[in-house]
Write a protein that binds this ligand. Structure first.
Ligand code: BG6
Length: 297
């Protein structure tokens, strides 16, 4: 069986290679593991809560309908940081393809976290599709506005935590020349660094990055992770480093910041607005493309 579902999670195993698998927690529809040839690709905190008591620290949490803590929108500002999708138990819709094994999950107000829908009484429907290839993991999202009268305003982001041997030996490529908002400095500038290296806390939101810029996490000359974006113009690069890791109770071990980096494809710089009946689609494709240098205009 390439898809197994129990009360709390769904496990996909590739029919042509059983060492290739992914596990999705129904809480948050959070991918908590992705293994290729038995090697874990994602970082998951050993202190992560997997019991639905708080969003998962690691894997691929889903951010909707707001990125960060909003201060200006009348309704979205009432929601906690990163919205309600990662704090809600999604409905498992089942398997839609046998090879590559593909499954879908849904979230809508009736089943979403009720404390949060009370704060944000807006109609929406989300369908997440997870496809496990022999060499890739694709997560696709479709957001629908089922309302007959009201528009739906939202951000979307795949908050992907990647596992790496040594963050200081790695770099993130292909964001040179992009406009970036530095959440720590609270400044916007054009990043002139040919690559992003991590030797301190980073919290950067790159804006309007063309879809054809393939972002890679390169370690010792090898592309460990390749991140392709479909209809997701922004990319957040985050590493909490020492002090911020200490302040997060579920970030364990405290030295974990050395072995992870978040590269988060999203649409967060501005909001997407769907009129009644409209829908929006986007995806993140993680694969094993070897190191690719791209020409930057
Ligand atoms: C990142 C943000 O996406 O998520 C950071 O850019 C934030 O500012 C981080 O600290 C983690 O957020 P949380 O809510 O999971 O602790």
């Amino acid at each position: 069986m390439s898809v197994q579902s129990n009360e709390s999670e769904v496990i996909l195993t590739h029919p042509d290679d059983s060492s290739c698998s992914t596990t999705i927690l129904k809480y948050g529809a959070t991918v908590i593991s992705w293994k290729l040839k038995g090697d874990e690709q994602l970082w998951l905190s050993s202190g992560a809560k997997l019991d639905g008591s708080k969003p998962v620290r690691g894997g691929i949490p889903l951010v909707f309908p707001v990125f960060g803590k909003n201060a200006s929108d009348e309704l979205l500002s009432k929601l906690p940081q990163h919205g309600l999708a990662r704090n809600s138990t999604w409905e498992f819709l089942g398997q839609t393809k046998s090879n590559p094994p593909t499954v879908q999950f849904a979230l809508y107000p009736e089943i979403a976290n009720q404390e949060m829908t009370a704060l944000w009484p807006v109609d929406f429907s989300l369908i997440l599709t997870v496809e496990l290839g022999l060499e890739h993991l694709k997560t696709s999202i479709e957001v629908n506005n089922p309302s007959k009268t009201d528009s739906l305003k939202f951000n979307w982001l795949f908050h992907s935590y990647f596992r790496i041997e040594d963050v200081e030996g790695a770099f993130v490529s292909n964001l040179v020349g992009m406009k970036v908002y530095d959440q720590l400095l609270k400044e916007t500038y054009v990043d002139k660094h040919p690559v992003i290296t991590i030797h301190e806390e980073k919290d950067l939101i790159y804006q309007n990055v063309d879809d054809d810029r393939i972002i890679q996490i390169v370690n010792k000359g090898v592309a460990l992770h390749t991140i392709k974006r479909i209809n997701l113009p922004d990319a957040v690069v985050w590493n909490p480093w020492i002090e911020k890791s200490k302040s997060m109770g579920d970030f364990e071990p405290k030295s974990g910041y050395q072995h992870m980096i978040c590269v988060e494809p999203g649409h967060v710089h501005d909001f997407i607005t769907l009129e009644p009946g409209q829908s929006w689609k986007a995806a993140q494709l993680l694969d094993k493309t070897s190191i690719a240098f791209q020409r930057v205009e």
